[in-house]
Design a binder for this molecule. Structure first.
Ligand SMILES: CC(C)(COP(=O)(O)OP(=O)(O)OC[C@H]1O[C@@H](n2cnc3c(N)ncnc32)[C@H](O)[C@@H]1OP(=O)(O)O)[C@@H](O)C(=O)NCCC(=O)NCCS
Length: 183
């Protein structure tokens, strides 16, 4: 029988206090610190589902909606939303808490695609995903739609890049805040 695991089996949360050394020159937390934490929780969640070593292949939807402050407690909640043959899409919801006031901020939701590798560093088949709740099903359907749109976007953009013509496409720069020096 095909090996399978529930979404809840690998759900993972990492919580970390935002210390002053994580801050940028403006006193807010560096985006790179949050990205690193997201990669860490994605790894923990995906490798638990796969029962194997995983690598990060792509990242979707990283938009920092609100700044995170020093002293806040950041929690990253990760779930496997979808599995292919060797790939897994992990959805990560990032919540930042002001520990003094208890105020919670949803700073972003992002999707990391991870691929499981075997001992020879080749992509390996991961267990199927058992969807137990409406939320599991909704997230999985969203992941399928996102995957299709991404493939469509890639095809469309590859075509646009091939068709790019320096002179003919120059009007696209009208209204943009760029200046072209005479060549
Ligand atoms: C991603 C990687 C495993 C693909 O290897 P490959 O030999 O081309 O293998 P495949 O074509 O069989 O692809 C494996 C899976 O990756 C998926 N994949 C490959 N490129 C992808 C991309 N850009 N976005 C999303 N998924 C991707 C494929 O769809 C496939 O998924 P499936 O098995 O669920 O159908 C390989 O390029 C790699 O190891 N990259 C480096 C990853 C890494 O080291 N990351 C750490 C950051 S430096």
């Amino acid at each position: 029988m095909e090996k399978s695991r529930t979404v809840s089996y690998s759900q993972t949360t990492i919580t970390e206090l935002m210390i002053p050394s994580y801050a940028n020159f403006g006193g807010k937390i560096h985006g790179g610190i949050l990205l690193s934490l997201m990669d860490k929780v994605a790894y923990a969640c995906a490798s638990k589902h796969a029962g194997a070593y995983v690598v990060t292949v792509s990242v979707d939807g990283v938009n920092f909606l609100q700044p995170v402050e020093v002293g806040e407690l950041v929690s990253l909640h990760a779930s496997v939303n979808y599995v292919g043959r060797s790939s897994l899409v992990v959805g990560i919801r990032v919540i930042s808490e002001n520990v003094i006031t208890g105020e919670l901020k949803h700073t972003n939701t992002s999707y990391f695609t991870m691929v499981a590798k075997d001992e020879n560093s080749k992509p390996m088949t991961v267990p199927a995903l058992i969807l137990e709740t409406e939320e599991d099903i909704r997230r999985c359907l969203e992941a399928v739609k996102r995957k299709r749109l991404r493939e469509q976007f890639k095809d469309d953009f590859d075509n646009e890049k091939c068709a790019l013509h320096l002179q003919n496409d120059l009007p696209l720069l009208e209204g943009e805040r760029v200046m072209i020096r005479p060549l």
